[in-house]
Design a binder for this molecule. Structure first.
Ligand code: HEM
Length: 399
């Protein structure tokens, strides 16, 4: 006889000074599931994660997150209402379908030389500058520049574009009224920038990503608002995730000089492995929530229909049933699952995985080749948060 949700232990109290990993490990030590004050039920294992990404019995959260924050209109609300990430079923398939081929591994692999060149020019302008904020100077601008170029923004606009992106993104999470107002203003600016990119490509198509995308959606079921929202979704989903992943990976490598040295010695051999381990060890995604569509037993508890469920990425990526010595950062490990869990699973699995991995690999190769003596100039980055994209502290490096 399964136990009821009320029998699931609550998360333990946060102990001052605990890292997110320590807090989650303490919760996991209580049992296989935990409940928070809002009633969200969390699992901890990778097997639980595969279960909740199964869209036969769960669905993606749509606008519920905004409703909880009291947001019922505005540019961020409109964006979430129209974007693929916050939709389900046929609506999601209609929105995702036209993008899939453009983000296939083969298509993205052709961009590698261009992405590598972009990372080299960025680092060339900074080499020898002394102490810099790695997040502000490298990890933030780089993915924003790459995605801006893909959707056809001009080089001159990339600084302005990155500012709108990183400001707008803050409205995807619960935030103060002041930040919500700034995020809405930047989301509106991004939306109108995207509209300005679309008009000339429609009038005079080229052979680029944007023209191809517009041709694919022509006469299809998407409204004009949805067309713009999918383009904005690529930009928003592809920027702060990659920024956090690059900073987290570089931070770990600089704290493990013997592993940084492996990369310096042979970047082509170790870059891919370093990226996989960086994505695992201190992941930029905290958890992926879903809503259950039918009752289901998990770990001996009966979870009713309509429950909010989530699995902590922090614990799933340190699952001792999957990873040997999981609390050790080790770029030479060989036990990563074939599909990296940090990119999610099921119908919403990350569309930009191939792009993200190439960006991260090329950024690492550039750093170890151009600034092999780079060092931390202060504390390593701290990633904070248990849900969606985690927050980053700054990180100074000597370059
Ligand atoms: C290290 C970097 C990245 C990580 C860790 C990451 C992770 C994820 C995860 C976990 C999801 C699924 C969310 C869910 O199921 O609720 C997702 C979705 C998505 N990602 Fe990424 N992502 C990264 C980079 C990128 C990049 C560079 C792009 C750019 C194209 C991108 C575009 C998207 C899109 C469009 C979706 C929505 C897919 C859908 O709903 O069907 N991501 N990402």
């Amino acid at each position: 006889m399964p136990k009821s949700v009320r029998d699931i232990p609550e998360f333990p109290a946060y102990v001052e000074g605990q890292t997110d990993h320590e807090f989650m490990a303490a919760a996991r030590a209580q049992g296989p599931l935990a409940r928070n004050r809002l009633g969200i039920i969390s699992g901890f294992s990778l097997a639980n994660m595969d279960m909740i990404n199964d869209d036969r019995w769960t669905r993606q959260i749509e606008l519920e997150g905004l409703f909880v924050s009291g947001v019922r209109d505005g540019p961020m609300f409109d964006f979430q209402r129209n974007a693929l990430l916050f939709s389900n079923g046929q609506t999601h398939r209609n929105r995702r379908g036209p993008l899939v081929r453009s983000f296939a591994n083969k298509v993205i692999a052709e961009m590698r030389p261009n992405i590598a060149a972009r990372s080299r020019s960025l680092v060339a302008t900074l080499r020898g500058a002394g102490s810099i904020d790695f997040v502000e100077a490298i990890a933030g601008p780089f993915p924003a520049q790459v995605i801006a170029a893909i959707i056809g923004a001009s080089e001159d606009d990339t600084g302005m574009f990155a500012r709108h992106v990183y400001s707008a993104i803050r409205g995807l999470s619960h935030c103060s009224d002041e930040i919500r107002a700034e995020s809405d203003a930047d989301m509106a600016a991004l939306d109108s920038y995207v509209a300005d990119l679309i008009a000339p490509r429609r009038a005079c198509p080229e052979t680029d990503f944007l023209s191809t995308y517009l041709e694919r959606v022509k006469d299809g079921p998407l409204t004009e608002d949805e067309v713009r929202a999918q383009l904005a979704a690529l930009v928003l989903a592809g920027s702060d995730t990659t920024r956090g992943a690059l900073t987290s990976t570089v931070s770990q490598l600089l704290q493990h000089p013997e592993q940084w040295a492996l990369l310096v010695e042979d970047p082509d051999r170790w870059a891919e492995a370093a990226v996989l381990e960086g994505l695992r060890f201190d992941p930029v995604i905290g958890s992926l929530p879903r809503i259950t569509l039918e009752p289901r037993e998990i770990e001996g508890f009966l979870i009713p229909k309509g429950s909010f469920v989530a699995v902590s990425m922090l614990t799933a990526l340190r699952d001792p049933d999957v990873y040997r010595d999981p609390d050790r950062f080790n770029i030479t490990r060989t036990d990563h699952p074939r599909l990296h869990p940090v990119f999610g699973g099921g119908p919403h699995r990350c569309l930009g995985e191939a792009l993200a991995r190439i960006e991260l690999e090329e950024a690492l190769k550039t750093l170890v080749r151009m600034v092999p003596d780079m060092q931390l100039d202060g504390p390593p980055v701290r990633l904070r948060g248990y849900g969606a994209v985690r927050n980053l502290s700054g990180m100074s490096v000597l370059i």
